[in-house]
Design a protein around this ligand. Structure first.
Ligand SMILES: Cc1ncc(COP(=O)(O)O)c(C=O)c1O
Length: 386
């Protein structure tokens, strides 16, 4: 039996996972500084109220709508209204996850072999999302000069005419840079001139690391066809409830055509369950409570990382938002060897930079959701070793 070429993945676990599995199987505790599942980070969410919202009587009736229940889409509109952005329920498609939202948009925009441009460094799932959807993965670089930013010169130089869309992650995982207003102007000019769509993944948009958010949302962007993807896995820290959305913006005629076609894709799957949709308005009423717990954790951890690394050979790179921190190791360090040694000898697990296609310098990535004490103790062990 020959399976599809797109499934030719290297499935053997890497050395890091093998060591981790071995330690776990021997019951040896590991300080996991990569943990970013918000439901297991001891954040103390209002779980009773989260569960209570699932008991709506309407859940017994099936009312299929390719875009999702109107009451849920109206709740998403109110979320954007709170950000000062007016959108209508007609622009919104609910999906079961942000990853599924990517699939729908790729299916809409790209034929097999067409290219979608992703930021580099970025989130490893893109490799799989593009492959599973028969999309060719292209990269444009982010470079670091006091903050990460889009390298427009290289983007233009590496652009190939088979590109159909450009993805921004706003703020990016793991580099934490938002799309700045000046960058949005350049992105719009670029995408207009090449007639390609913009896709903005804004799952971390509500998590700025300072009170003043550095970037802008692409919701409401009128300049070119723009798909904003977001969802409650991060915004409400409920990845287990499986509810995300696509917001379609841009020139009216293009939006209408895109929505008509997306409707067929969404209607084919009708993938979002009724309970999550009926619960969404109530869950949004918990937004500020949930987000403030997370903001406290990620900001305290970011400040702590700065204090712990001050005066050491490790540099905490500036970030403006999101749930991750990038720590640059001294030039010439063998990043993978250090990460393996840290796990084997100190029982501390961090992600190596190459995991995120970060190849300009050696680095490690840690999650800012890790309970403060664990981050502190893991970082101290790391500093001894580097
Ligand atoms: C930037 C980014 N986008 C999307 C996702 C996937 O989100 P979901 O769980 O809603 O599919 C993740 C998951 O970590 C992410 O980091």
């Amino acid at each position: 039996m020959k399976f599809a070429n797109r499934t030719d993945w290297a499935l053997a676990p890497n050395q890091l996972s093998l060591i981790l599995q071995e330690l776990q199987s021997r019951g040896i505790p590991v300080l996991d500084l990569t943990i970013s599942n918000p439901t297991v980070c001891g954040l103390g969410f209002p779980e009773d109220r989260i569960r209570a919202a699932l008991r709506a009587a309407e859940n017994g009736i099936y009312r299929p709508d390719p875009r999702g229940l109107l009451s849920a889409r109206e709740a998403v509109c109110r979320y954007y209204a709170n950000l000062g952005i007016a959108v209508t329920p007609q622009q919104i498609f609910l999906t079961s996850s942000t990853s599924e939202a990517y699939s729908f948009v790729f299916r809409l925009l790209a034929d097999p072999g067409d290219r979608v441009l992703f930021p580099k460094p970025s989130y490893p799932l893109f490799d799989f999302l593009s492959g599973i959807n028969d999309v060719d993965l292209g990269y444009y670089p982010l470079t670091y000069h006091d903050r990460w930013q889009i390298d427009f010169a290289q983007l233009a130089a590496n652009y190939a005419p088979d590109a159909k869309a450009l993805v921004v992650v706003n703020p990016n995982n793991p580099t934490g840079n938002y799309v700045y207003e000046t960058e949005l102007r350049q992105l719009n000019a670029f995408c207009k001139s090449c007639a390609i769509a913009l896709i903005s993944d804004e799952v971390f948009f509500d998590y700025p690391l300072t009170d003043q958010r550095a970037g802008v949302s692409l919701a409401g962007n009128e300049e070119c066809l723009t798909f904003v993807l977001s969802g409650i896995s991060k915004i409400l820290a409920m990845p287990q409830m499986k509810l995300s959305w696509i917001l379609v913006n841009g020139p009216q005629a293009l939006v209408q055509e895109a929505c008509a076609k997306l409707e067929v894709i969404a209607d084919t799957y009708l993938s979002v369950g009724a309970p999550a949709q009926t619960a969404l308005p109530q869950w949004f009423s918990l937004q500020s409570e949930i987000q403030s717990v997370i903001l406290n954790r990620i900001r305290a951890n970011f400040t702590r990382l700065r204090e712990i690394t001050a005066g050491s050979d490790i540099k905490l790179l500036n970030a403006q938002g999101g749930w991750y921190a990038v720590l640059r190791l001294p030039y010439g360090t063998d990043e993978e060897a250090r990460v393996l040694k840290l796990l084997k000898e100190q029982r501390v697990f961090v992600h190596p930079g190459y995991f995120f296609e970060m190849d300009a310098f050696p680095a490690i990535v840690v999650s800012l959701l890790v309970p403060e004490k664990e981050l502190d103790s893991g970082m101290r062990k790391l500093l001894v070793l580097i």
